[in-house]
Design a protein around this ligand. Structure first.
Ligand SMILES: Cc1ncc(COP(=O)(O)O)c(C=O)c1O
Length: 442
């Protein structure tokens, strides 16, 4: 489909090859249930939940109605030194599904803002506790925490950082967990790699535990190409952080809201962080919103100074916006009424078998899965990394399937309402796209 009569020049599109896209646009015009529709009426099966966010499926009238009535009632209220009931209600509703103990919630508008907010809270917490030297922030290679300077610095994707330095200085990274040699085609959590968490001990030895504020990781690295945590890895990270007084931040922007068959990855893996970031599925993608949940003790440490002092000089004009709060309450209601987190867990074995059948396809060097997430990694073409991935994306889209691609890894994360028949359709379409692409790109 072309852009039709629309002039495409003014919108500078994010994370997009603008010139390539505008020469051959892929347009989505409307959406309902498991599908997008192009302007010329073609149906596209959503294998990506939009961008990992539409967990309850598209076009949920409850969310649209809640947003509409919130805006008619209270279009906007300042969140600095003023409050409005919906934001407090939203925080209560969210608290009910968070891991025990994470009961204080700061609202933001995106995953990137959640990352930077979490990092600032971590530093402020240590200042408040009288350890102002704890400033180092530790991330993990291949980690993605959005695009603002904090998350970018702690993130571990060198290409994303290359044009924007210098970034934060007091930042280090531990090793990533992908190990194709030992774990290729693992089902669910890979067996090997718990010991990689000990790389944190190297960083501690180098900088001194007393200088480290926090470690931030995605419990399952998503954007880099879906890396489920090795068995025992997160537990080990948790215990090293505990031993050394370091805060553990989970970035659950992708893994939250049922993606892994539990409300959050923290519950799925039985490891509770001190700080948990979320966005995306928080409002089913319908309205921009993010949040950072913290352990009561982290919050309480900052509730000091004179009673009239602002305890955390941080926040956004749209923190807890009425429309976003309403969208979130409605979204959480759908997740709960339709038991979508349980549904994801129930579908997992079927999903796993289906996507692992792609192991037989040409150039497939790994298949990974956890919850309702999957990844198919293709061997890169010599001298042209990413070419195969992009070709498969285009072929899949032409055949009526939306997938997400990072270099040569095809990531799958359908809405949690997907049926078994639709899983079969998704996998068949992807199988054809990979086969056709392999014939063309030798
Ligand atoms: C783990 C993680 N953190 C942060 C972000 C950034 O979120 P946003 O694009 O809403 O800023 C993303 C986006 O994909 C993400 O996957």
């Amino acid at each position: 489909m072309s852009g039709g009569e629309i002039d495409l020049s003014a919108w500078w599109m994010p994370f997009t090859a603008n010139r390539q896209f505008k020469a051959a646009p892929r347009m989505l015009e409307r959406a309902e249930g498991m599908h997008y529709y192009t302007p010329d009426g073609r149906q596209v099966l959503d294998g990506a939940a939009g961008l990992w966010c539409v967990n309850a499926g598209h076009g949920r009238a409850e969310i649209a109605d809640a947003v509409g009535s919130a805006l008619r009632h209270l279009d906007y209220a300042p969140p600095f030194q003023m409050g409005h009931p919906l934001a407090f209600e939203a925080a209560e509703a969210l608290k009910a599904i968070l891991p025990d103990g994470l009961d204080r919630i700061f609202f933001v508008n995106s995953g990137s803002e959640a990352a930077d907010t979490a990092l600032k809270i971590a530093r402020a917490y240590h200042v408040a506790r009288g350890e102002p030297n704890r400033v180092w922030l530790v991330g993990r290679e291949r980690g993605y925490h959005g695009v603002n300077f904090g998350g970018l610095s702690v993130g571990g994707i060198p290409n994303n950082r290359a044009a924007f330095g210098p970034l934060l200085r007091e930042v280090d990274h531990i090793r990533h967990t992908l190990d194709l040699e030992r774990n290729a085609f693992a089902r669910g959590q890979p067996e090997h790699g718990a010991k990689l968490a000990d790389d944190l001990l190297r960083v501690i030895a180098e900088h001194g535990a007393e200088k480290i504020a926090a470690v931030m990781v995605e419990p399952m690295a998503g954007s880099t190409g879906v890396l489920p945590p090795p068995i025992g890895y997160l537990e080990r990270l948790r215990s090293i952080c505990d031993e050394h007084g370091i805060l553990l931040i989970f970035d659950e922007v992708i893994t939250g809201f049922g993606r892994l068959g539990a409300p959050f990855a923290a519950q799925r893996f039985g490891v509770t962080p001190d700080v948990l970031n979320m966005a995306k599925g928080l409002t089913n993608g319908a309205i921009p919103m993010g949040a950072v949940a913290v352990r009561g003790e982290v919050h309480d440490a900052l509730m000091n100074g004179p009673p009239g002092a602002i305890e955390l000089l941080h926040g956004y004009t749209y923190s807890g916006h009425p429309a976003a709060s309403a969208a979130m309450i409605a979204t959480l209601g759908i997740y709960s009424r339709e038991k979508l987190f349980d549904r994801a867990r129930e579908l997992e074995p079927y999903w796993q078998d289906a996507i692992h059948s792609l192991r037989q396809s040409p150039n497939v060097i790994d298949v990974r899965d956890i919850g309702l997430v999957g990844a198919v990694e293709l061997a890169p073409l010599a001298g042209r990394p990413g070419a195969r991935g992009y070709d498969v994306l285009c072929r899949a889209f032409a055949s009526g399937l939306l997938v997400r691609v990072t270099a040569d890894t095809i990531a799958l994360s359908p809405p949690l309402i997907i049926s078994e028949a639709q899983i079969d359709e998704l996998v068949d379409k992807l199988r054809t796209a990979i086969a056709d692409s392999s014939k063309e790109l030798q």
